[in-house]
Design a protein around this ligand. Sequence first.
Ligand SMILES: NC(=O)c1ccc[n+]([C@@H]2O[C@H](COP(=O)([O-])OP(=O)(O)OC[C@H]3O[C@@H](n4cnc5c(N)ncnc54)[C@H](OP(=O)(O)O)[C@@H]3O)[C@@H](O)[C@H]2O)c1
Length: 277
Amino acid sequence: MKVLIIGAKGMLGQELVKVFHDHEVLAWDREDCDITKKDEVQNKIQQAAPDLVINSAAYNDVDGAERNKDLADRINGYAPGYIAEAADKAGARLVHYSTDYVFRGDRKQGYKEDAMPDPISVYGLSKYLGELETVKFTKKYYLIRLSRLFGKPGIGEDAKKSFVDKMLELAKTRDKLDVINEEVSCPTYAPDLAKRTREIVEGDYDFGIYHGANKGACTWYEFCQNIFKIKEISVKLNPVPGSKFPRPAKRPAYSILLNTKLPEARTWQEALWQYLN
Ligand SMILES: NC(=O)c1ccc[n+]([C@@H]2O[C@H](COP(=O)([O-])OP(=O)(O)OC[C@H]3O[C@@H](n4cnc5c(N)ncnc54)[C@H](OP(=O)(O)O)[C@@H]3O)[C@@H](O)[C@H]2O)c1
């Protein structure tokens, strides 16, 4: 199978490249194809003639999106439509990724795959637009939502560190840390999601929406407690409300991604342990 991975230098993209290594992999990032340029996307995908397109490219700066709406919409919103249309024309199946931030966050019990999105931030709106554009242009899609991705940072120039690595970095210079004890969602380990993506495309799964996070949910404070426990870091953690750190973008209070269509994933704590060891 010829697999085209877009966003191949990102946190998830580099894991996808590893997981599909025994297939013919085309690993593209920004310098190979700017996904916001419709003609470039159409021409290059047509030439590449893949069997499967996996789009893990995105604009992931949740707060930055509040002042860069146009850029967020172009990368997260319209570009997935260009890719979906090109994949469809090439006869390829498509994997696209989205986020828990498409949900409002007022449902404590969590959101199933068919729950209605209702985003409260520019980033969430742009990712929801990407979902809509994807399904508008192809029927052969697997749309996989995830949240709180962690793993090795991407290798691109603007690669961001995950929360896990940011906390480990902060712990080197602090003896106490305030961490938000709100915003409940499910951490997702990038290598686990890459494997799960392969299971979906190679398994007998229908096209449609999937929730691909690890099992379990936590606040940022609980996430950090686990990180420091595993690494035996003695920095004192202080749970604080979100209002202690005013940020431009609103966050969902509860955005647990309920998985009702895939086999149970391992817990985020197990995945975190593996990442940190
Ligand atoms: N990270 C999270 O916590 C999180 C949470 C929920 C959902 N997701 C979703 O999961 C997926 C994977 O995220 P990730 O964290 O692995 O992303 P990432 O590390 O930020 O990687 C995204 C990649 O896309 C590339 N890219 C950006 N704009 C592009 C463009 N115009 N043309 C071509 N490539 C472009 C980036 O290149 P540059 O480095 O050069 O910009 C980067 O290599 C995305 O759909 C994301 O929205 C992520």
